[in-house]
Design a protein around this ligand. Structure first.
Ligand code: BG6
Length: 507
């Protein structure tokens, strides 16, 4: 946990949204918490000419506006001293020698000597990943194999748009970089509650024995968002869609963490080996055509949080005839001894009623239902039975873990009452949960790749999903429509009805 020293952090794409919204605030927090040594320069790299001070001022105005009253001006003064700017056209290899000399002068200004560790964060469009690495190579900035980890390259998603393009990109980067130098970010893995899945499962003895085909009826993973195409994201999203934007990465990573076997060691290789096995065992959740197990939807106009919301096709920078999916639901199977026969229901979408991410594990019913009672309210009578136990891991917001079970309602009869045991983060911990990017950037500085996606994991994910994307993209039919502010199209409900289950309506 010691503060890192002698590390330069270069952010390619410094004029982009990600830099000002996530990366600089995360580095600022790390500096405030003494995780980032004052000697580590943070260098914004972008095409436009700018002075160091202009860059500092720009970042300050975004971060202070974001933090409002919580902005600590004195701490920013300290941090700003280690902020620098370097102009570079990433796609022009001849400019990298200027980058190198500029960097060396900043490093010596910061008192760094010897062979510093350099982190290059590619917060750029994916088409610049390969040119950036080629440029670094042309300027002799890629160290020899023995010193490989002195250069760490962080790559933002999307890493390819299907199996073929992901393999091509991997091959381009492989020419210059070793796998140990690559840090492929999936920011979900940096979330505190996501990391807690492994501790909850493998740091307690009582839950893990239940997580298998003998006890689990099915598992639902939901990543729901109320937002639509805010921030003019329509242009990007209309070439991407819910599958590439969220399901292929965030949802499948959650699936891996909840389904994987225990690693023999809590280390990057062992953990990622186990995640890979889950991805390799993924199968369609139903036989027959893709429509039997995968549904795509698109929002039409509606009301979200009582506010009118445009239809997706009316959003800025979205084609008015777009068939891009803003919602995906899938039933998948994991073909291994632990999970054979257990359906996993995955869903994600924009313009759903609320923002919520959760994993809900529904257990099987007891073998015999001893406690069904008939309860009447006037003339209306209902058969009340014990409900299946549920374990709900709430990733965000209101981070929590809840266990639902049945109890006897106090009284002279055996009447069933469902109740819940809840652990809520905000009731137990005073500290604010760290932002995902803080943890991930610190891990890159420490050289710990546990929370980053390995190349073979990515390939396995694309291998499974590419046929679905191809089927959708070659079809002339529209996605199934759902009004903004609802929980997705009715076809998604039919998908889960196969298990005589319903999608949960998260609180
Ligand atoms: C990003 C997607 O990766 O994840 C966005 O590109 C999405 O479309 C976001 O909104 C969700 O992340 P979070 O942390 O807000 O749940």
């Amino acid at each position: 946990m010691a503060p890192t020293t002698d590390t330069s952090i270069l952010i390619f794409g410094a004029s982009g949204d990600l830099t000002s919204r996530k990366l600089i605030p995360a580095l600022f927090r790390l500096s405030q918490q003494q995780y980032l040594s004052e000697r580590c320069p943070v260098i914004g790299v972008a095409r436009r000419a700018k002075t160091h001070d202009e860059f500092r001022d720009e970042m300050k105005s975004v971060v202070s506006a974001r933090l409002g009253d919580k902005f600590d001006a004195a701490a920013w003064q300290v941090f700003a001293k280690q902020l620098f700017y370097q102009q570079l056209d990433i796609s022009t290899p001849s400019e990298y020698s200027t980058l190198k000399s500029g960097l060396e002068s900043i490093e010596s200004q910061c008192g760094m000597s010897g062979e510093p560790t350099r982190i290059v964060y590619l917060a750029t469009t994916p088409s610049l990943f390969a040119p950036a690495v080629e440029g670094l190579n042309a300027a002799g900035m890629i160290p020899t194999r023995e010193l490989a980890t002195k250069l760490r390259v962080v790559v933002e998603k999307p890493f390819g748009r299907d199996l073929k393009s992901a393999q091509e990109l991997a091959a381009q980067l492989d020419r210059y970089l070793h796998e140990s130098q690559m840090y492929r970010i999936d920011h979900y893995l940096g979330k505190e509650t996501v990391q807690n899945i492994l501790l909850f499962r493998f740091g307690n003895a009582i839950f893990e024995p239940l997580l298998n085909r003998n006890h689990v009826d099915h598992i639902q993973i939901t990543v729901a968002e109320a937002q639509g195409m805010e921030g003019a994201r329509g242009g990007y999203y209309d070439t991407s869609g819910a599958m590439r934007d969220v399901l292929q990465n965030h949802v499948l990573q959650l699936l891996c963490l909840i389904a994987m076997d225990p690693p023999s060691l809590f280390q990057a290789r062992e953990i990622r080996d186990e995640k890979l096995k889950v991805l390799q065992a993924l199968r369609p959740g139903m036989p027959g055509p893709i429509g039997n197990w995968a549904v795509r939807g698109q929002y039409t106009a509606g009301l979200v949080n009582r506010q009118p919301a445009l239809a997706y096709r009316e959003e800025e920078r979205v084609s008015p005839t777009s068939n891009r999916e803003t919602y995906v639901a899938m039933r998948v199977a994991i073909d291994n001894w632990r999970w054979a026969g257990v359906p996993f229901y995955l869903r994600t979408g924009k313009r759903l009623p609320k923002q919520v991410t959760e994993i809900a594990i529904q257990f099987k019913n007891p073998p015999l239902n001893l406690f069904s009672t008939v309860e009447c309210d006037g003339d209306l009578c209902d058969l009340v039975e014990t409900r299946p136990n549920q374990l709900i891991i709430r990733i965000q917001p209101q981070e929590a873990i809840s266990l639902r079970f049945s109890t006897k309602r106090p009284g002279m009869n055996y009447q069933v009452q469902p109740v819940s045991m809840d652990f809520a983060y905000d009731e137990h911990f005073d500290a604010q949960l760290p932002e995902a990017y803080e943890r991930l950037l610190l891990d890159v500085m420490r050289g710990d790749s546990t929370l980053f996606t390995r190349c073979d994991e990515l390939e396995a994910a694309w291998r499974f999903l590419t046929p679905v994307l191809e089927a959708w993209e070659s079809s002339s039919s529209s996605p199934d429509f759902y009004p903004a502010g609802t929980w997705g199209p009715p076809s998604a409900d039919r998908l889960i009805a196969e298990s005589r289950a319903l999608w949960r309506t998260p609180r």
